[in-house]
Ligand binder design. Structure first.
Ligand SMILES: Cc1cc2nc3c(=O)[nH]c(=O)nc-3n(C[C@H](O)[C@H](O)[C@H](O)COP(=O)(O)OP(=O)(O)OC[C@H]3O[C@@H](n4cnc5c(N)ncnc54)[C@H](O)[C@@H]3O)c2cc1C
Length: 386
């Protein structure tokens, strides 16, 4: 595997870096470093304007076909863009669920009409999405979904409750995993339905997290309406589509995260230096291990995602397990370096490293918990019994 970039790719890097440098001055300068873990609902209107700015210049959904609002960028250009984005300390993307989860799913499984309807507004940064999978009785055991949708007079009517729905309070649409075959059980009879959020049958209740922010919500559907044609894939065949979305969530969309992690590791190292903690051999060792872990993560991701998608589920489970555990440990390391200073303050005064520590506790839960990733690896990669 060749890990050097071509002249054309390096030219793209220069272009991306210059675009970000210019864009993050003036009205968007205040967004630098904002919207990351624990800060997701900050400056929302400004970050939506930023999303639209990216869209106007074709950077919101880089790899999508041009006619759908992308730049037809190569995999490596996407890697470069993500690296530059993090290096520039550009803000957390309010459109990432549409751009990185729903979008690739519609590209892979949607009809032409669905692609035309849904993808360009995501690429323009105009329409935001949330993911309606988890329910009070269906998290790791997602096949326990109870939300149901019934076809009445050519329209789906959706009733049920979702929970932990990230950014639902800002979203225009939700992709909802729901039961469309009455009396069906487990993976059968589920559909992947696109439901508009701004309608009387949808109620969103934000949940305050321990960082003080409300990144996720409860969502109640009470006879909410969706068009008959708004199912991705076959009616009753939603499980396969839902799993494909999870593959995107655990996989390619994490590339940008790694460059962001590097920024965090640098900040923690600088903090250790400033506090005179680099002389402590135990902390030095952990910093070095964190750096090595990040290199392994990068090489694993590049190897996995540049190869053809065979075994992607297994590979993305390895990647999810690794980065989530690594990042949770990084949060602990930050607190150990800060010492008593790490314990001071309340919600209104959390520093970025405190937010990192608190939010990173959830990394090993969302997008499939560590235990579930280990189950997948054990059964599908190692062939162990259930
Ligand atoms: C920050 C954050 C954002 C989220 N955003 C979204 C979102 O936008 N949309 C959405 O639909 N969901 C979202 N989620 C929900 C997330 O997908 C679930 O929390 C996750 O799937 C776990 O489900 P659960 O919370 O019901 O826990 P449970 O499934 O009840 O699990 C509880 C514990 O039991 C363990 N466990 C469960 N089953 C097994 C098993 N078979 N073997 C071994 N151990 C097991 C789990 O690992 C966990 O430790 C989000 C969660 C977080 C933390």
């Amino acid at each position: 595997m060749d890990l050097t970039f071509t002249v054309k790719e390096e030219a793209f890097r220069d272009e991306a870096r210059e675009f970000l440098r210019q864009s993050l001055s003036g009205e968007f300068e205040q967004l630098k470093g904002r919207g990351g873990p624990g800060d997701e609902d900050a400056l929302f209107a400004e970050r939506k304007a930023w999303e639209q700015h990216l869209g106007r210049h074709g950077y919101a959904c880089l790899s999508w076909p041009r006619e759908l609002g992308g730049r037809a960028a190569s995999f490596w250009e996407e890697v470069i863009w993500n690296e530059e984005y993090a290096r520039a300390r550009a803000p957390g993307r309010v459109g990432h669920i549409g751009a990185q989860l729903l979008g690739p799913t519609v590209l892979a499984f949607g009809t032409d009409a669905q692609k035309q309807r849904y993808l360009p507004p995501i690429a323009r940064g105009d329409e935001l999405w949330c993911q309606g999978y988890s329910e009070p009785n269906a998290g790791s055991d997602l096949a326990g979904v109870e939300t149901r949708a019934t076809l009445v007079d050519g329209e789906w009517r959706v009733t049920g409750q979702k929970v932990w729905t990230s950014l639902a309070q800002f979203s225009d649409h939700c992709f909802v995993l729901c039961r469309t075959t009455p009396g069906s059980r487990r993976h059968e009879g589920l559909s992947y339905l696109l439901v508009p959020m701004r309608q009387p049958g949808v109620r969103v209740v934000p949940i305050q997290q321990m960082t003080g922010s409300s990144e996720f919500n409860e969502v109640f559907f009470d006879e909410a309406r969706a068009g008959e044609g708004e199912v991705i894939g076959p009616v009753g065949g939603g499980w396969k589509i839902a799993m494909a979305t999870l593959g995107f969530e655990r996989g390619v969309s994490t590339l940008g995260q790694q460059a962001h992690f590097l920024g965090e590791l640098r900040e923690i190292t600088e903090r250790a230096r400033a506090l005179g903690k680099l002389a402590d051999p135990a902390l030095r060792q952990r910093l070095a291990e964190a750096w090595m872990g990040l290199r392994v993560m990068r090489l694993h991701a590049l190897r996995t995602f540049s190869a053809e998608a065979t075994g992607l589920t297994r590979a993305s489970s390895v990647s999810k397990l690794h980065w989530a555990t690594w990042h949770r440990e990084l949060g602990k390391l930050a607190m150990d370096i800060l010492g008593p200073e790490g314990l001071a303050g309340d919600h209104s005064s959390l520093t970025r490293l405190q937010q990192l520590f608190l939010f990173s506790r959830s990394d090993t839960i969302y997008a499939g918990s560590n235990e579930i990733q280990r189950n997948i690896i054990a059964e599908r990669a190692l062939g162990l019994p259930r």
